[in-house]
Design a protein around this ligand. Structure first.
Ligand code: NCD
Length: 341
């Protein structure tokens, strides 16, 4: 995390990731209450500024903000003054003039959230997905989901040494890039499984293994992470046909039967049922748990950036705010505990 923004997983490092995940545990508990709402961010305003289609990420951030009692502004590029020629920079200035405390930015071009962070004078900027580049909160919720799902199965929840296969369209996937960073930071061994045309031109510095043979890996994986074929980003024919892709890289029922019983099947959504994963396999996966955990993880991120003790609230800085004791639930006695109660 650079100062008061969350732009890349790389900014967090293993300790920052662990802090956010510890906070997320608290917010999962909040989300399970009959009234899943705490006053932690009362008086703050979070704007979702999406220049690209989204269902779950936008709704997840907005739900997270509301559960923290923040006010939410929804900016949709399609119906904004961008259509009248207003620049992105002026749009950011306009939102800041309305007193926005956090801007959650999604854009089809890589790097836009960094640019917005340079322009923003006071608002924290969260990367909600930029081009093919990064999607840090997706990676955080994926790490969180692996931990809680393994704990629920009586397995060691840490990611260290886990074998993770990320399968499919790595080339166009910001989720893959952030997941490689996050899983890698927590010590998992990541293998990218894809046809050569769906891998980035260079994997220098990625610290991953590569395979073109899903079948040979199936029995060894602790996590099979399927990526959507990002057909909207394919400017050339990178695949002979969808049917051939599924035949080689789809998690079909037959392949799923060869996974170890505790292997987790994950996907960031939206899923193309029958293409990257069989419909029945989707129903046996942890995909909806990822979505549910996403709200708690985004509550954690927003609280870390804006909550009491954050740089945007009172000192000390965000790292101290993420101390679990500082966000103890009722009975903990601290100001933060009261804010969460
Ligand atoms: C992903 C995205 O938009 O990057 N979806 C998501 O945020 N859950 C992945 C995708 O679109 O395939």
């Amino acid at each position: 995390m650079t100062g008061t923004n969350l732009l890349s997983v790389a900014d967090l490092g293993p300790d920052g990731i662990a802090e956010v995940l510890r906070l997320a545990d608290r917010f999962v508990e909040v989300s399970s209450r009959p009234i899943p709402k705490v006053p932690a961010l009362r008086g703050k305003t979070v704007a979702s500024v999406f220049f690209e289609d989204s269902t779950r990420t936008r709704l997840s951030f907005e739900t997270a903000a509301r559960r923290l009692s923040a006010d939410v502004l929804t900016f949709s590029a399609g119906s904004s003054s961008l259509n009248k020629g207003e620049s992105l920079r002026d749009t950011v200035g306009t939102l800041e003039a309305m007193g926005v405390d956090a801007l959650v930015v999604r854009h089809r071009s890589s790097g836009v959230p960094w640019q917005v962070a340079r322009w923003a004078r006071r608002a924290a900027v969260v990367n909600g997905g930029d081009g093919w580049h990064e999607h840090p909160t997706q990676a955080l919720l994926d790490c969180y989901t692996v931990g809680v799902e393994r704990r629920a199965r009586g397995l060691r929840p840490g990611l260290s040494g886990l074998r993770v296969g990320i399968v499919g369209d790595v080339r166009h996937s910001r989720v893959a890039r952030s997941d490689v960073l996050a899983f890698g930071a927590l010590g998992a061994e990541v293998t990218l499984v894809a046809p050569p045309t769906l891998l980035p031109p260079s994997l220098d510095g990625w610290g991953v293994a590569v395979s073109h043979d899903l079948d040979s890996l199936l029995g060894e994986l602790d996590v099979v992470y399927l990526l959507r074929l990002q057909r909207e980003r394919m400017t050339e024919a990178l695949l002979p046909s969808l049917r051939e892709y599924t035949a080689e890289y789809g998690l079909t029922r037959r392949r799923a039967a060869r996974l170890a019983p505790d292997t987790l099947v994950m996907h960031p959504g939206p899923v193309n049922r029958g293409v990257e994963v069989d419909s029945d396999v989707v129903d046996a996966s942890v995909i909806t748990h990822q979505v549910a955990n996403g709200v708690a993880v985004r509550m954690a991120v927003l609280f870390w950036l804006l909550g009491a003790g954050s740089a945007a609230g009172a000192p000390p800085g965000p790292h101290e705010a993420a101390d679990p004791a500082a966000v103890a639930l009722p009975g903990g006695g601290s100001d933060d505990a009261r804010a969460l109660a």
